[in-house]
Ligand binder design. Structure first.
Ligand SMILES: *Cc1c(COP(=O)(O)O)cnc(C)c1O
Length: 809
């Protein structure tokens, strides 16, 4: 579609009149935003129709990415960039007297995810569309996304995220594509004409209504779809008798009980709760997605035996793994396929990504609850498991322990990860180290059973959002230096490397970073009334708050530095600004205490005039995609300091590196691969290796109290937590103290402390040499292209989904 600035301006004016009967002068900023975004969506709609027609006409194989979370953030600027009209939009709006950046700020983040997992799904959607691949999202339209975090007197306070309150311009309700999802009831099997027939009675029907969000590819006319399902009562959602009798609440009770399913995103990260509502959510969006996919392909005249040639379903983490059983149910019960044929199709259609080895994150459901909520699905899983156990028994003749270890139903629960592996042709980990651990430890038995199914796909991030959108100054400098080819093929960022020693260019990169830092310091001054020095090192740890991510290790180093400065005021250190941003799950007690601890330490250090502003600590509230876009471009140091083996991949690490920060890291997740590409000289590594960590877990030999007794620095830091020297009640941080000493420091914070302090010292020394630092920074940017999700998605397309480009002309 051809579009120039004048057309855009005219269309916009017209849209304001059509929507609000207003001209530019009358329209409020919010009306301007709504009308302008709706106009952009109109443009996308035309290309989406073309895209759909092409996919249908050529019977293109399509991927459906099933994910409980899609952390997509704001869409307006992203869409303008991908449509290649960002510049004319900004200029056009300016001519109409509208501040483009202010307009962009009006949009609310769609925060339908907790962290890395949900953001990965969003990056993959962007890459699939940009690579002209037919790939769509399938998820839940939560009425409330991840809570909004406020910090009040140092504590996290959660505020509901009512992102839909003022309407959401990017979605379209598709009432005619609704499907029924059935919960509970009684199932019986009867013989009919020599065939087994399933009768499901007394179930509770829930209407799943889809809302579609267009996903635009970069400069290629492709517009794919993100389909999010909303739960509604089927018909009788208003009890008129109760209403007439004056019981208003009872009248709407049923409606609310149904809508509860898509009411709110669970705010847990790396942690599962055996909650009935959660299982309901999972089955709800999976069943709705599968039913609507199968319905569409039947309409296209494709026989279900061939479904695997036209459809790939991706199971993003364990949450949607019930898809395996739901596909079987639809094929066997509704379309009377033979079990064996249906199973073959199901396994070929499904692929599974494992995101964590942490036991508490692998979903298990109590049999009783599962059976009651999903009686037919439970029967199907029993049958899948019966056949699978025979297969194990035949392969490992007589080894019952293998059966017990791998069985899907065991010890009173349904193990969902096992179902996903058994019912998929591919199981992948998300970084080399993580996949190795899966194969050798966590899923070793399954790897023995199905070695050909296991593979690695290291996570990635879209360079369009995380470089072009988030850091326009850096983007421009890169284009000025090496041209624009990297935008289409991010590996080409490598061209930058040959200039890494060029002092004129180093100076330009330094200037861009400094400008970003100044912009950020202004933001902090305005919002937090804290002055930070743009010439200090911006040292940033921004990610979910979790013990394994070890924000505490970071704080301990800061306290230690502070103690040293008090003892020796002339200590020659480069001033540092330590920036934290992290949400804690509302029920995660220790994580919330750590937030309070960071803020308490910040309060003390920021207000101590003796250290002459050499250290500043800022806790930015409400970490979200939009805040990440602000923080990451100004980072000098990227803190990726998880206990080795715990962070499956990480993607924050990639975003920071792409924006020129130096990674300070343990050899965990994708940090290992970042080191591989930039080389030892351009990353700072410290701490235990994953082998050492496993060894301690297995054989013991680590005693936190020993370190506490022998290391004066640790002794002072920990004692200071509970002796009242911080401006907080003495007991405030006792639980943290206790976990480190009485519970022997599960995440090896004290163990890695010395190594971390030394690594931080190396950072200080490296930063003092401006030329070396800039060289390192450029080398990091130059090698970040391999972490573009375009590369990751290409590998999924080739190795797992078996799909090819389908260009839209
Ligand atoms: C990238 C991202 C994450 C993931 O960060 P990690 O450091 O990999 O844990 C979490 N939240 C948001 C908002 C992100 O953009």
């Amino acid at each position: 579609m051809f579009l120039n600035k004048e057309m855009l301006k005219n269309d916009f004016k017209r849209k304001l009149i059509v929507m609000f009967s207003e001209d530019i002068q009358e329209a409020s900023p919010i009306h301007q935003y709504v009308a302008f975004s709706s106009l952009i969506k109109d443009y996308l709609s035309e290309n989406q129709m073309k895209t759909n027609k092409k996919y249908a006409k050529d019977k293109v194989k399509q991927v459906y990415y099933f994910s409980m979370e899609f952390l997509i953030g704001k869409l307006l600027e992203n869409n303008l960039i991908n449509m290649n009209i960002r510049k004319i939009a900004e200029d056009g709006l300016k001519e109409l007297g509208i501040d483009f950046n202010k307009l962009l700020q009006i949009e609310v983040d769609a925060g339908l995810g907790n962290g890395g997992l949900g953001r990965l799904a969003a990056c993959f959607l962007d890459s699939m569309a940009s690579l002209s691949l037919a790939g769509h999202g399938n998820g839940i339209r939560y009425k409330y996304g991840l809570f909004e975090q406020k910090i009040v007197e140092g504590y996290q306070v959660e505020v509901p995220d009512s992102w839909l309150r003022d309407g959401y311009v990017w979605e379209t309700r598709k009432i005619d594509k609704s499907v029924l999802v059935k919960f509970g009831g009684d199932v019986s099997l009867i013989q009919e004409n020599g065939k087994l027939k399933v009768i499901h009675k007394n179930y509770e029907p829930i209407l799943a209504v889809p809302y579609d969000i267009p996903i635009a590819g970069f400069n290629n006319n492709t517009v794919n779809n993100l389909r999010l399902w909303s739960a509604e009562a089927v018909e009788k959602d208003f009890d008129f008798t109760s209403f007439s009798n004056g019981d208003y609440l009872k009248a709407v009770e049923y409606k609310y009980s149904v809508e509860a399913i898509s009411q709110v995103l669970y705010p847990d990260d790396s942690n599962e709760k055996g909650k009935m509502l959660r299982l309901k959510q999972e089955y709800f969006f999976v069943s709705a997605g599968i039913q609507s996919i199968i319905r569409r392909y039947l309409k296209m005249g494709i026989t279900l035996e061939n479904l695997d040639k036209y459809v790939a379903i991706h199971i993003n983490d364990t949450h949607p793994s019930i898809a395996v059983a739901e596909i079987m149910r639809v094929l066997v019960d509704e379309y009377e396929m033979e079990w064996k044929d249906a199973w073959k199709v199901t396994v070929n259609v499904c692929a599974y990504t494992n995101h964590t080895i942490m036991a508490e994150a692998l979903e298990k459901w109590p049999i009783g609850m599962f059976k009651k909520l999903l009686p037919r699905i439970y029967m199907i899983i029993e049958e899948i498991n019966r056949r699978f156990c025979i297969e194990i028994f035949e392969k490992y003749s007589g080894k019952w322990d293998k059966v017990n270890k791998m069985s899907i139903i065991q010890d009173g629960s349904v193990r969902m990860a096992h179902l996903a592996i058994v019912g998929s042709h591919s199981t992948n980990g998300v970084a080399k180290l993580h996949t190795k651990i899966l194969k050798e430890k966590e899923l070793n038995d399954f790897n023995g059973m199905y070695p050909e199914r296991f593979n690695n796909k290291t996570n990635g991030i879209t360079h369009r959002r995380w470089l072009m959108l988030a850091n326009p100054k850096l983007c421009k400098l890169i284009c000025d230096s090496i041209g624009e080819e990297w935008i289409y093929n991010p590996i080409k960022l490598k061209e930058l490397e040959k200039y890494s020693k060029n002092s004129a260019l180093q100076e330009k990169f330094y200037k861009v970073k400094r400008d970003n830092k100044i912009e950020f310091s202004n933001y902090v001054k305005e919002n937090y009334d804290i002055k930070i020095d743009p010439d200090s090192i911006y040292d940033i740890q921004a990610k979910r708050l979790h013990e394994y991510k070890r924000q505490l290790l970071n704080v301990f180093n800061i306290i230690n530095l502070y103690n040293e400065l008090l003892e020796n005021p002339n200590l020659d250190i480069t001033p540092r600004t330590f920036i934290f941003s992290a949400k804690a799950s509302p029920g995660y007690h220790i994580a919330k205490k750590i937030i309070k601890f960071i803020n308490t330490v910040a309060d003390k250090i920021n207000n101590d005039s003796r250290i002459l502003g050499k250290i500043k600590i800022i806790f930015m509230e409400n970490y979200s995609v939009s805040l990440a876009e602000k923080i990451i471009p100004c980072a000098n140091v990227s803190e990726q300091i998880s206990t080795a083996s715990k962070e499956a991949s990480g993607t924050g690490n990639m975003k920071f590196m792409m924006n020129g920060a130096i990674t300070l890291a343990t050899l965990d997740g994708a940090n290992v691969e970042i080191r591989e590409v930039v080389g030892d000289d351009n990353i700072v590594i410290f701490g235990l290796s994953s082998e050492q960590v496993f060894n301690y877990y297995k054989n013991g030999g680590y005693f936190a109290k020993e370190i506490f007794n022998n290391d004066k620095r640790i002794n002072k830091i920990l004692s200071g937590m509970i002796d009242g020297s911080l401006n907080a009640p003495k007991a405030e941080f006792y639980d943290i103290y206790d976990k480190l000493l009485d519970y022997n420091d599960e995440y090896f914070i004290l163990k890695d402390f010395d190594s971390y302090v030394k690594a931080q010292d190396r950072i200080d020394k490296l930063y003092k040499n401006k030329s070396i630092w800039q060289q390192m920074s450029i080398i990091n940017i130059a090698n970040s292209g391999v972490f573009s999700s375009d590369n990751t998605v290409k590998e999924y397309a080739k190795d797992i989904w078996n799909i090819k480009k389908a260009e839209i002309i």
